[in-house]
Design a protein around this ligand. Structure first.
Ligand SMILES: Cc1ncc(COP(=O)(O)O)c(C=O)c1O
Length: 387
């Protein structure tokens, strides 16, 4: 039977990246003692008030169809949040989606097509290859350099731009490196994008998990208002990935143009999830601060121990739920290291799941209790000693 080209384009973007994680789950199900540091699943539950709001909303009959943009109260809550960052944002600047992932997919489908180039810092989040190539566009990697703290520079970006370039897919705070771009760095990047008439799609899902200092975003710069789309969700900020509740905030014209696509894909979101999300965004909940403290403390624990191991160089993150380390000094690539470490009772992601420029790296999740971090460090130390 005939299948559309999109199935071919996406055929190699999925499963293989998660093989170690899947193997880890299979081994654990069979009783193996493995510390799982693979995916970024928050280790604390959502605030119980979110369940309560959802429950009450369902009981109140909020279980019908919504509309393509999102429930009015949620659109207002998102607009209010973003207008504190850049005055003038209103509900017409917002589209709701089930998570950042869908928002990214729809945004890329709306902005790019066959032949278009999408610039992205490499390493990059594992699903970006699919997000970029689904529309027929191609990825143009911009190397993120260890010596620059894995932060994208305006010069490296500009050098990678071609006449086909349409979009910069920007992720700060960054997964997997935990790098956070400063306002000054973003200003320079913004100038480059304006000069070359590029969209900036800013994936800000880790916005609330910056350990120290302020968060900066290209969205906040009024000069870039016509070319920035910010996408985010409550997955990380409220430890609620399973609720699947996110959004895209961009120019009015962008939202109007994308609406038919959103309607075609979704036929609206769930009103009771929208009510809960509006509550989450307008309440002062302790979830993000708690996660920030835990992840910062665990990142320091990992950095201290891994930094003492021969051949291992950890890069402490500025934000997020992961830490990366270069393991090439052990004589093993990230992939070999990760597979062999699995035998030693610790599951981590190989850097190769995050781009062409990450083969020497492993990524460790910070979402296990401190005791498990300490035990994982001991196992990693023993394994490195044995190489
Ligand atoms: C950088 C980045 N973007 C997007 C996502 C997906 O987020 P959501 O749950 O909102 O779809 C993740 C999840 O890990 C992520 O790390």
């Amino acid at each position: 039977m005939h299948y559309a080209a999109i199935t071919e384009r996406l055929a190699h973007t999925g499963g293989a990246k998660w093989l170690i994680h899947q193997r880890c789950r299979t081994l654990k199900a069979a009783g193996a003692d493995i510390i799982e540091l693979t995916i970024g699943e928050p280790d604390q539950p959502p605030d119980p008030r979110l369940f309560e709001v959802c429950h009450q909303s369902m009981l109140a009959g909020r279980t019908g169809y919504s509309n393509g943009r999102g429930e009015p109260a949620l659109l207002d809550a998102i607009a209010a949040r973003y207008s504190r960052r850049r005055p003038g944002v209103d509900a017409g600047n917002v589209l709701c989606f089930p998570g950042t992932q869908t928002a990214l997919f729809a945004t890329m489908m709306g902005l790019t097509g066959p032949g278009d180039g999408v610039l992205v810092g490499d390493p990059f989040y594992a699903t970006y290859d699919g997000v970029i190539t689904a529309s027929g566009a191609h990825r143009v990697s911009v190397q993120l350099r260890a010596e620059n703290g894995f932060r994208l520079t305006a010069d490296d970006l500009e050098a990678a731009i071609t006449p086909q370039s349409r979009v910069l897919l920007l992720n700060s705070p960054h997964n997997p490196t935990g790098a956070v771009l400063s306002a000054a760095e973003l200003e320079k990047i913004g100038h480059v994008c304006a000069r070359h008439d590029l969209w900036i799609v800013a994936d800000e899902v880790y916005e609330e998990l910056v350990f120290d200092g302020n968060y900066a975003s290209p969205f906040d710069n009024p000069d870039l208002a016509e070319r920035v789309v910010a996408v985010s969700s409550i997955s990380k900020s409220h430890a609620a990935p399973g609720f699947r509740s996110g959004w895209a905030v961009g120019p009015h014209q962008f939202c109007d143009k994308l609406l038919p696509l959103a309607e075609t894909m979704l036929f609206g979101n769930q009103p009771f999830i929208a009510d809960m999300t509006a509550f989450a965004l307008t309440s002062n909940l302790p979830t993000a601060a708690r996660m920030r403290d835990s992840y910062q403390r665990r990142a320091a624990l990992f950095a201290d121990t891994l930094g003492q191991l021969k051949g291992v160089v950890p890069y402490p993150p500025q934000a997020g739920m992961f830490i990366i380390a270069d393991v090439s000094g052990t004589g093993l690539g990230g992939e070999e290291f990760a597979w062999q470490l699995l035998e030693a009772g610790v599951a981590v992601m190989p850097g190769s799941s995050f781009g062409d420029n990450a083969g020497k790296l492993i990524r460790l999740s910070l979402t296990v209790p401190d005791e498990a971090v300490v035990e994982a460090c001991a196992r990693i130390a023993k394994f490195v000693d044995s190489i």
